[in-house]
Design a protein around this ligand. Structure first.
Ligand code: DX5
Ligand code: ZN
Length: 217
């Protein structure tokens, strides 16, 4: 199965409910929320308050991507805000095993994100315990950046790891996903496609989701 996760980072926040509604009409599978703290990444976005608002707007699973230092401090807050999937960065967590267990105890799906320079191999001993691996295909921090080609190799490596471990985590790709890159990521073995600009900056948000979905059937 392939899933589209529109990232509201690129949406018009003065009209968030209408924007999410449009993405739903197009067939969005998850709603991706990018949390940035100005430390782990050089940008600030929003926190649990907006996740809570999104929770009231949609019944779709909320896929919350924490680009923050010390994410352990905020796991409960995102759980009670209504996150369904919580992703922490490998580079931001010291005791990944403990963090993953905590996310799962709080009733959420647990994921680990990798910056472009972090090898898939670093997840070898945690992969069987997680629900998804997020391959960053841009340097995290901003929407609208160009897809890094090496990410395709990492998606393949993640698919290989999944096969070798005989496990079932989802492989998610995030950054620079558009009508051109999505197909290649799909062919490399990816399952979840995060897309911000190419959906929310389009003239017709619903049609943009439909177009992306049609490319991964
Ligand atoms: C980047 C974020 C992405 C971002 C993707 O740090 O994690 O989710 O919103 O945006 P586009 O699709 O515009 O690259
Ligand atoms: Zn993201």
């Amino acid at each position: 199965m392939a899933y589209i996760a529109p990232s509201i980072l690129a949406s018009d926040f003065t009209n968030l409910s209408q924007q999410i509604r449009m993405a739903e009409i197009g067939g969005a599978d998850f709603i991706h929320c990018d949390i940035m703290d100005g430390h782990f990444v050089p940008n600030l976005t929003f926190g649990p308050i907006i996740v809570k608002a999104a929770r009231r707007i949609t019944k779709l699973p909320l896929d919350v991507h924490l680009m923050i230092e010390n994410p352990d401090k905020y796991l409960e807050e995102f759980a009670s805000a209504g996150a369904d999937m919580l992703t922490v960065h490998q580079e931001a967590v010291i005791h990944l095993n403990r963090t993953i267990n905590k996310i799962k105890e709080l009733g959420m799906k647990a994921g680990v994100a990798l910056n472009p320079s972090t090898p898939v191999k670093t997840l070898e001993y945690i992969a069987e315990f997680i629900d998804h691996i997020l391959i960053m295909s841009v340097n995290p921090g901003f929407g609208g950046q160009v897809f890094i080609e090496n990410s395709l190799k990492k998606i393949k490596e993640a698919a290989e790891l999944r096969k070798n471990l005989n496990t079932d985590f989802l492989i998610e790709v995030d950054g620079g996903i558009d009508t051109e890159t999505i197909k290649r990521a799909y062919d490399a073995g990816c399952d979840v496609f995060v897309s911000g600009s190419s959906i929310f900056k389009a003239d017709n948000i619903s049609a943009a989701v439909v177009e992306l979905k049609n490319l991964i059937k």
